[in-house]
Design a protein around this ligand. Structure first.
Ligand code: IMP
Length: 425
């Protein structure tokens, strides 16, 4: 069995897209298991910058099959735009399939996302305004429209009418503008027509690929601490970014999973609201934001930046049963000076389950020497300065999890594979 889950080990934006691109070229199938176009993956390959929100980065490899799994919520308009944009950049793409069980995001979900945020007052989540929460609400309420229904005209018209009657009432109640059914239906029926050829029951395809010993990569979106159950609730997304979500969102059981790599930045960032113990709302945070160009791919918002939180990272290693870590953006920390790593929260054991406790923790730090070297030319472990090696070894020892891959720049080639056996078994 040669299966691999790639999961974000922090609050998202860990540069998973680059890794999925690098490893996607080696995979037969790449299947994304959660979220929607709230995610933003940037891939730099062959001198071009690709921006993905829904499509797995595996699409850039012609021999790889890319799948949008059943755990996703999909905005048809966004997907078609993304496909057109990617096709304009690269004529030869891999094959794409969409799970018939994935849910559709409609414009009323986006409107409700904004209206619900408005109702939250001081407890705003800071969502990406993509309608993700309301679409998953419909899924859990068992009223959502799935891709399989959406692309069948005889079913989709009736279902949309029934849904819109209810959503329009809700929107009006919250002070928004209702949608006209015929206009919305005409627009979305056209999208359904275009997407129909891609929509299939993908679960048996994934199951067969696993059983046949093909290399299957399960691509996560967002990150562990944005998980609906394991994250910093309620400041989370509405899906399951953790490794367990790979089973829920693709149609395989836990025995189908071999290796799990957790991707973490060499520091920490967060977008949106919620506690962030190691946040540096000062010149250090600003320097990291500037050097790392830490602005959201989806919203353009400046990301909150801070030191690496090893208490959180160790917790993520356990929540995901990680085989190994992928440490990214080491290059960004050059010239920041001495580096601090949070190794405990004063008077506490481990990472608290509730946000009100997390909001009060006082991180305790260990200081390690920083580096000034440009790391982007390094290709092997031995090319890395001793200070970088020391930083990574400290992380391995603390988290009790080996570092498998190191990323020292955005390009595919700026990657050091330290433990290949932790990637494909
Ligand atoms: P939603 O997923 O749009 O509902 O947003 C919920 C929370 O998750 C907000 O704090 C967002 O900023 C955050 N979030 C959602 N997607 C991402 C992502 O891809 N990277 C980082 N944060 C995200």
């Amino acid at each position: 069995m040669s299966t691999l889950v790639i999961v974000g080990a922090q609050w998202g934006d860990e540069a998973k897209g680059k890794l999925v691109d690098v490893l996607g070229g080696q995979a037969d199938v790449v299947v994304r298991y959660a979220g929607g176009n709230n995610a933003g993956h940037t891939v730099i390959a062959d001198g071009k910058t690709y921006k993905f929100q829904l499509i797995p980065a595996g699409i850039l490899h012609t021999d790889t099959v890319s799948i949008l799994g059943s755990g996703m919520v999909i905005c048809p308009e966004g997907l078609l735009q993304e496909l057109a944009r990617t096709r304009a950049q690269k004529s030869e793409l891999g094959t794409l399939y969409i799970s018939s069980a994935a849910h559709v995001v409609f414009p009323y979900h986006r409107i409700l996302d904004g209206l619900e945020e408005g109702m939250r007052g001081d407890n705003k989540i800071g969502t990406t305004s993509r309608g993700i929460g309301p679409a998953y609400q419909d899924k859990v309420s068992r009223t959502g429209i799935r891709m399989g229904e959406f692309v069948r005209p005889e079913m989709s018209r009736a279902r949309l009418q029934e849904q819109l009657t209810y959503k329009n009432r809700l929107i009006e109640l919250l002070g928004g503008q209702p949608f006209d059914f015929e206009t919305l239906h005409a627009e979305y029926a056209a999208y359904a027509e275009e997407l129909r050829p891609f929509v299939v029951d993908t679960e048996p395809m994934v199951q067969k690929a696993v059983a046949d010993g093909h290399k299957v990569l399960f691509e996560g979106a967002q990150g562990t601490f944005l998980d609906l159950d394991s994250g910093t609730y309620p400041f989370v997304t509405s899906s399951h970014p953790v490794a367990g979500g790979a089973c829920l969102g693709t149609g395989v059981g836990p025995r189908a999973i071999r290796n799990i790599l957790g991707v973490a930045k060499a520091y920490t960032t967060r977008v949106g609201s919620g506690p962030f113990p190691t946040e540096q709302d000062n010149s250090v945070g600003e320097q990291i934001r500037a050097q790392g160009q830490e602005y959201g791919t989806v919203t353009g918002r400046g990301r909150r930046c801070g030191w690496l939180d090893l208490v959180a990272l160790k917790h993520a290693c356990r929540l995901n049963s990680l085989s190994g870590l992928v440490m990214t953006r080491l290059d960004v920390l050059a010239n920041v000076g001495d580096l601090q790593l949070a190794t405990s929260y004063a008077g506490r054991d481990g990472f608290p389950a509730n946000v009100w406790d997390l909001a009060e923790v006082q991180p305790e730090y260990v200081t390690l020497p920083g580096w000034t070297e440009d790391l982007r030319g390094c290709r092997h472990w031995n090319d890395l300065p001793a200070t970088v090696q020391q930083y990574l070894e400290f992380i391995e020892e603390y988290t009790e999890t080996p570092v498998a891959v190191i990323s020292i720049g955005p390009d595919r080639t700026e990657t050091i594979v330290k433990r290949p056996e932790l990637i494909w078994a």
